[in-house]
Design a protein around this ligand. Sequence first.
Ligand SMILES: NC(=O)c1ccc[n+]([C@@H]2O[C@H](COP(=O)([O-])OP(=O)(O)OC[C@H]3O[C@@H](n4cnc5c(N)ncnc54)[C@H](O)[C@@H]3O)[C@@H](O)[C@H]2O)c1
Length: 257
Amino acid sequence: MSELFSLKGKKGLIVGIANEGSIAYGCGKQLKSLGAEIAVTYLNEKAEKYVKPLADELDAKIFMPCNVQKEGELEAVFAEIEKQWGKLDFLIHSIAFASMDDLHGRLTDCSLDGFLMSMDVSCHSLLRMTKLAEPLMKDGGSIMSMTYLGSDRVIKNYNAMGPVKAALESSSRYLAAELAESNIRVNCISPGPLPTRAASGIKDFDELIDLACSKVPNYNSITIDDVGALSAFLVSDASKALSGYVYYVDGGFSTYG
Ligand SMILES: NC(=O)c1ccc[n+]([C@@H]2O[C@H](COP(=O)([O-])OP(=O)(O)OC[C@H]3O[C@@H](n4cnc5c(N)ncnc54)[C@H](O)[C@@H]3O)[C@@H](O)[C@H]2O)c1
């Protein structure tokens, strides 16, 4: 990877690494290669053994459990960041969850409990993280989350995640407006379909990749590293004019009819 700009001195938290296919790991690799210091979380004890070697590779000095639904875990991560770093420059929210019933069933049939759980993990957690990050972003900062085109268009089999991602994008715009005076920027990245573990929960996910490949030449060459490259730019001061938007990393797929 060639050096586009330096992120030396920047310190940030990445939430959402499950394995080496995770979009969050693609972000971590690019950020580290440009000199950023990274804190990494893992979902639970079961996930720890898969995430630990990746966190070590990223030189993460802060490595803690964080299930956003477990009371106190998110707060503990930010408390450790305050203790060790005393500040935060960036935050990457790369998590989402929907139960298989809700993901595979019609939105019409989505239960209240299922909808609330998905909203909690995939959207409201961004608000909670932002609230905890704000006082630590003393010199300003960059916050980003991962969304998907299914927020805006009806994508086959995306079902309950569609409205949840729409809420994530809208929340991101409001957060961007509210935090602008603190020089904190909030953006969404919208990758095209990439074969990750979360994606494997979407029915006939390969068809989404095939569709993208049928429209975008060389779509297969797009990887988590490309998402990571954009995340690095959004962390850098070079992107100081960018806030409140959704940026697609899909080779232009979302522009096709
Ligand atoms: N893969 C794609 O095609 C694609 C496209 C657009 C957007 N996205 C988004 O990218 C983000 C990352 O997903 P991914 O594709 O890298 O898959 P992934 O499975 O590697 O990552 C999903 C992460 O969510 C975490 N997570 C789930 N529930 C959690 C909870 N309660 N608390 C904390 N973490 C929790 C998992 O531990 C995992 O690390 C998601 O928001 C996803 O919707 C993915």
